[in-house]
Design a protein around this ligand. Structure first.
Ligand SMILES: [Zn+2]
Length: 461
């Protein structure tokens, strides 16, 4: 169905045509104001995007790579995309990591018995069946571990590092276990990577260094990590039992979800937008990243609904296995390597779907200037701030090969309260904010796909 606002939009574009012919090209803000407004209007007219996230996460639950729920969710998305009338809807095969958490628990044994709030880290090895019971050495940093290396042997090392930024603090999750193993530890615990806590542990991928032993690794809630630290500071001996039955299975089959609006003039030139369809195996993966996936998907659906068919192809991609392998991102790069020269822009939403503020862009100065102009079309929803530097894990591999990239920026105040926990559920999202994220992605993708010139790259490929 043609949206009513399309009528005035068409009139607006016809009115502008003579300017083009005279070589007096109107500014982006002038040329695309009407169509941008129609996309914003359509995105914010209802709660369709939020409702779609709701079906995705309530019906299928969390979506860890290798799980049946991930593949069932992908089947559903593909079927819905076909119903939406999107083109070239397909699942591109990806071989993914298959890790299972199994049963796990941790218990404080001394100075008193108490169950600890824990989550194993993704990729962790198991403990022996009887578990590991050992004294704990609490350190606040890698530097403290180096200083106290002599005390670590045979112990469980707990990194109780306060949250600063995600990028900085998550090093304890990725690199902590191998640092602890290098010091002779038998297992590793970390304080959850969280900016606030209500005693929920946060999982996430760890990374073993191949030169040292792989030791079991888990996150404790912030509260529990701090308590063990206080006990140690008082000179009380701290002993913990850790039991985990995690296992790494052979690779599994998954798919990147891909759908398009094929460009009307330059179908080979592609604007990619997306998020990742997989999640951790706790909560619903609603913020991370069902919301981002659906915002990108809905952005393309709205173009279709409004009868818009831009000059270039707009392609939504929901990557698989971002969380514990990045296999979908790498498979996309490999499969489309020959076409990357014609990837005009890649855009990702994977920082939560809260109130959008704009985009972070990585590309040439001249492209940045164009992005800032497009940003003015989003000022009416306060989402027009274009800053330098941005991208996303899933578009990282193609950005490394020269594709300009950008990430949707949102108010991230609450993101690391819930990130990778049982509490990453849809009730943390807001229908209006979800609609605004959709609108921002729709306007940005549409204008870049429609404007007469290709977005310039730093160097001509
Ligand atoms: Zn994510």
């Amino acid at each position: 169905m043609i949206h009513p606002s399309i009528l005035s939009l068409t009139a607006g574009l016809l009115f502008l045509a003579p300017l083009h012919l005279q070589g007096q090209r109107p500014s982006i803000a002038t040329a695309y104001r009407a169509v941008a407004d129609s996309l914003i209007q359509a995105a914010t007219a209802d709660s369709a995007a939020y409702a779609r996230v709701g079906v995705l996460v309530d019906r299928f639950g969390h979506r860890l790579a290798g799980s049946r729920s991930l593949e069932a969710a992908i089947d559903w998305v593909l079927a819905e995309m076909k119903k939406d009338g999107l083109q070239k809807v397909r699942g591109e095969p990806v071989s993914v990591t298959h890790w299972e958490r199994g049963q796990e628990w941790a218990e404080l044994v001394r100075p008193r018995r108490q169950r600890l709030a824990m989550l194993g880290l993704g990729g962790s090895v198991a403990t022996p069946v009887a578990g590991i019971t050992a004294p704990v050495l609490v350190v606040a940093s890698f530097e403290e571990l180096v200083r106290r290396r002599a005390e670590a042997k045979g112990k469980i090392v707990l990194f109780d590092a306060p949250f600063t930024t995600y990028g900085e603090t998550r090093r304890y999750r990725t690199d902590g276990p191998s640092a602890a193993a290098r010091a002779g530890a038998v297992a590793c615990l970390i304080r959850s990577v969280a900016s606030e806590s209500i005693r929920s542990p946060h999982t996430g991928r760890t990374r073993y260094d191949s030169t040292v032993a792989r030791i079991p690794a888990a996150a404790l809630s912030v509260e529990d990590a701090m308590m063990l630290h206080r006990m140690q500071d008082r000179g009380e001996p701290v002993v913990v039992t850790l039991r985990m039955s995690a296992r790494q299975l052979p690779n599994a089959r998954s798919r990147n979800v891909v759908a398009e609006l094929v460009g009307r003039e330059k179908p080979e030139e592609v604007v990619v937008l997306g998020g990742h369809i997989d999640s951790w195996d706790v909560g619903q993966g609603a913020m991370d990243d069902a919301g981002g996936s659906v915002a990108a998907w809905e952005a393309v659906r709205l173009m279709k609904q409004l009868g818009l068919r831009p000059r270039r192809t707009v392609r939504v991609v929901l990557w698989t296995n971002e969380e514990n392998g990045l296999r979908g991102a790498n498979a996309y790069r490999d499969r489309h390597r020959d076409q990357l020269v014609n990837h005009i822009l890649a855009m990702e939403s994977d920082a939560g779907t809260f109130k959008p503020t704009g985009f972070g862009f990585t590309g040439s100065d001249s492209a940045f200037a164009i992005m800032q102009q497009i940003g003015t079309l989003l000022e009416r929803i306060e989402a027009g701030q274009i800053v330098r530097g941005g991208g996303g894990a899933d578009i990282g591999p193609i950005m490394a090969l020269g594709v300009p990239g950008m990430g949707l920026n949102v108010d991230g105040t609450r993101y690391f309260w819930y990130h990778h926990t049982e509490a990453d559920t849809i009730d943390k999202l807001d229908p209006r904010e979800m609609a605004l994220c959709t609108a921002a992605m729709a306007v940005m993708a549409y204008v870049v796909a429609e404007m007469p010139e290709r977005l310039p790259r730093a160097t001509t490929p």
